[in-house]
Design a protein around this ligand. Structure first.
Ligand SMILES: [Zn+2]
Length: 396
């Protein structure tokens, strides 16, 4: 499976975590090291990209996935993941699931004696005559529907005060994906309730036949990666966002239990310590943050948070690199790419009748243009040696 990506270079924009949208302020900077427009991408390459700090882009970024520059951003974005196999639900999260089950099933149903996430989370889906409501959860490959788009518009207007949504912006943001599905290597046959393939999905929540929420997910080798969640604000009091995070953790555990080999994790997007309303992600334990330099995982509660309390930018593998310096003053890092690596990075010269012709990137005419060379070296450095050799660059 070839992965073809178009590189985008470093850029700066207004930070979305500490500034209201539309307000420009020099100190409030989100810096991007590089970005990638995916033409097609294997699920294994994308998993490696998110393990190096990349992530599918938010609504306002031009590229499909991007790599934030943490030292040069006012609100550094750290990749966070929850170790699902060790996940201990707090009392309040167990209560939330029990309350939802009770709401759907009604008072008459027996409550589960023991709380086991992967079974208790599904208790309300049993379609019983005596239930108060009918609750369904449907996992389907990401696709457009008018119902999803209408729900998305209502959510954006009421929760984010953003009335400017179109079917095409919705498609671009939450439907289109370069990920090419590939079979999940289950070793058991108990998989009828699970996805057959890795890829990009929509998980639909319906109550009494009406769509009330949609989770946008990437299901990848070794993880479920939460991309976005939108819901009907009329259902606010049921905390559907929290229920969906628990359901996604359960899904990762179920895929692993059915034989998928990798240890299961839930990737909850970025952890942004400077943005208080994003700190809820630290309540899911045990969670780990990726070190911005080495990409090793550090426990959020014992190592990361104490450093993030002290520094705007924290480096967990080498705390001496942590800083409170103004992000605009931080020097750009030196980027030296060894020539022998460059000779192994390939760029497309033509695609004809399914045949892709490539040359080493330094032999491509675009390499002669300084600005393009900057974008290319930023992307090669961001992907790292192994991935840079694996993907094929598509240069326009
Ligand atoms: Zn900020």
């Amino acid at each position: 499976m070839l992965t073809l990506v178009s590189p985008a270079g470093p850029s700066n924009s207004t930070c979305g975590y500490c500034s209201p949208p539309g307000v420009r302020s020099a100190e409030k900077t989100f810096a991007q090291k590089c970005g990638l427009v995916g033409l097609q991408m294997s699920v294994t390459v994308y998993k490696q990209l998110i393990d190096r700090g990349f992530r599918r882009s938010g609504k306002f970024r031009r590229t499909w996935c991007y790599l934030p520059n943490l030292p040069k951003s006012c609100c550094p974005l750290y990749t966070i993941r929850l170790d699902v196999s060790e996940f201990k639900l707090s009392k309040s999260k167990r209560k939330l699931v029990n309350r939802w089950n009770k709401f759907i099933l009604g008072g008459k149903q027996p409550t589960e004696k023991e709380f086991v996430l992967t079974t208790t989370i599904h208790a309300a889906e049993n379609d019983s005559q005596s239930s108060d409501h009918k609750f369904e959860v449907i996992l389907e490959p990401a696709s457009y529907s008018d119902d999803k788009f209408k729900l998305f518009c209502k959510y954006q207007e009421i929760i984010h005060h953003d009335p400017k949504n179109t079917p095409s912006s919705f498609r671009r943001f939450l439907v289109e994906t370069p990920l090419r599905p590939s079979p999940i290597p289950y070793t058991t046959t108990q998989t009828s309730h699970l996805p057959e393939k890795y890829g990009s999905y929509h998980q639909l929540y319906k109550c009494d036949g009406v769509l009330i929420a949609v989770a946008v997910l990437d299901i990848l080798p070794g993880c479920v990666s939460s991309v976005y969640f939108f819901y009907d604000p009329d259902w606010d009091k049921h905390s559907l966002g929290k229920l969906s995070a628990l359901r996604e953790a359960a899904l990762a555990a179920e895929i692993h239990a059915a034989g998928a080999p990798e240890q299961p994790y839930l990737y909850m997007g970025y952890y942004v310590h400077s943005c208080v309303k994003m700190r809820y992600k630290a309540d899911y334990l045990p969670s780990y943050l990726a070190d911005p330099d080495t990409f090793e995982w550090f426990p959020i509660d014992s190592v990361c948070i104490p450093l993030l309390e002290k520094y705007r930018y924290a480096c967990f593998s080498d705390p001496a690199k942590s800083t409170n310096e103004d992000p605009r003053q931080v020097a750009a890092e030196e980027r030296q790419i060894p020539p022998e690596l460059l000779s192994e990075v390939n760029a497309v010269t033509s695609i004809e009748k399914g045949v892709v012709r490539v040359v080493p990137v330094t032999k491509h005419p675009i390499w002669e243009e300084e600005e393009d060379r900057l974008a290319l070296t930023a992307c090669i450095a961001g992907m790292g040696n192994e991935l840079a050799k694996e993907v094929i660059l598509y240069l326009e």
